[in-house]
Design a protein around this ligand. Structure first.
Ligand code: SF4
Ligand code: SF4
Length: 295
């Protein structure tokens, strides 16, 4: 099963939820009925953070690139390539097409549409993927190169590295937002978990993510309310709960603010290491998840 933790808003605690769930399953998976290996994928490739918390022992590393068209001497300059590129990545300059790498998504349409066969495929570097171990857990992380502007292929490649390992349970820590990178991370999942705070910001972020996921994906979307003040949700938090009920989005966990979070962050350790009482909480969360997907 692949759980994609993506969407929502920055600072809601996606990485904390992903690492705490992964470490709980690694340490107590047998008690929970898991027989295979667990993997954690850091697919937040523009701002990866799980390697700092988990310090994986790296075993493998690969570079990731994407196609970039290059014009050859057969070009007659009539501009069909610039017309078909919906990203406006090709402009004619003095009768010669010029490709902007930062706008080109590598779709290859211009190559197939050029009547002269005047476009060839080069590669442009995007970033790297690393794979390693954290105890018995597989860890995979993608990292976008400085200045590279297309995270999606890198996110997809990082997730493929993990799924090739035939792990029983894969947790993807994806990007925030409702844009293509967050949707790319969600697309790989059997379900998407959106982590939000019980606030007006959390509600707005959930609305945007849910709307994008319903338009572009067909997978169950569920919610984790994180950093909840102790007790029931009030104010904007209560509105968030009401919205989930109205949209029939299941709330899989409500996690209270953890006062040990600042010191765990300062020490660079996962919150569950600073507060082992969270293991029981995440075991319960895992059981609720299984019920939610009917396993
Ligand atoms: S479509 Fe081909 S021949 Fe026409 S301008 Fe583009 S590269 Fe040149
Ligand atoms: S590969 Fe796609 S995005 Fe890139 S220049 Fe060609 S048509 Fe445009």
């Amino acid at each position: 099963m692949i759980i994609a933790i993506a969407g929502g808003h920055r600072g809601a605690g996606r990485t904390t939820v992903a690492t705490d769930l992964a470490l709980t399953l690694m340490q107590t998976g047998r008690d929970l009925g898991l027989s295979g290996r667990v993997a954690l994928v850091d697919a937040d490739v523009e701002q990866p953070a799980t390697d700092l918390l988990l310090r994986p022992l790296i075993r493998e590393r690969g570079e990731v690139s994407m196609p970039l068209p290059r014009v050859n001497e057969r070009c007659t300059g009539q501009g069909r390539c610039a017309e078909v590129c919906r990203f406006h990545a090709i402009a004619l300059y003095e009768g010669r097409p010029v490709v902007s790498p930062e706008l080109c998504c590598g779709c290859g349409l211009c190559l197939s549409e050029c009547p002269e066969g005047a476009l060839e495929e080069d590669r442009q570097p995007l970033g790297s993927v690393q794979m390693g171990r954290v105890g018995s857990m597989t860890w995979v992380g993608g990292r976008l190169d400085m200045g590279a502007s297309w995270p999606r292929p890198l996110i997809g490649e990082a997730i493929r590295w993990a799924t090739r390992r035939s792990c029983e349970f894969v947790i993807v820590d994806g990007p925030a937002g409702a844009g293509p990178p967050a949707l790319e991370a969600m697309r790989a999942g059997d379900l998407a978990l959106v982590v939000v705070e019980p606030s007006a910001l959390g509600l707005a972020a959930l609305q945007r993510t849910l709307s994008a996921a319903r338009e572009h994906l067909s997978l169950p979307v569920m919610v984790v309310i994180n950093k909840r003040p102790p007790g029931a949700e009030v104010g904007a938090g209560a509105e968030l709960v009401a919205y989930c009920r109205q949209e029939r989005v299941p709330i899989m966990a409500r996690i209270d603010i953890d006062e040990r979070a600042p010191s765990a962050r300062a020490r660079g350790v996962p919150l569950i290491v600073a507060n082992p009482e969270r293991i029981a909480l995440f075991q319960e969360f895992y059981r609720t998840l299984l019920q939610g997907v009917g396993v």
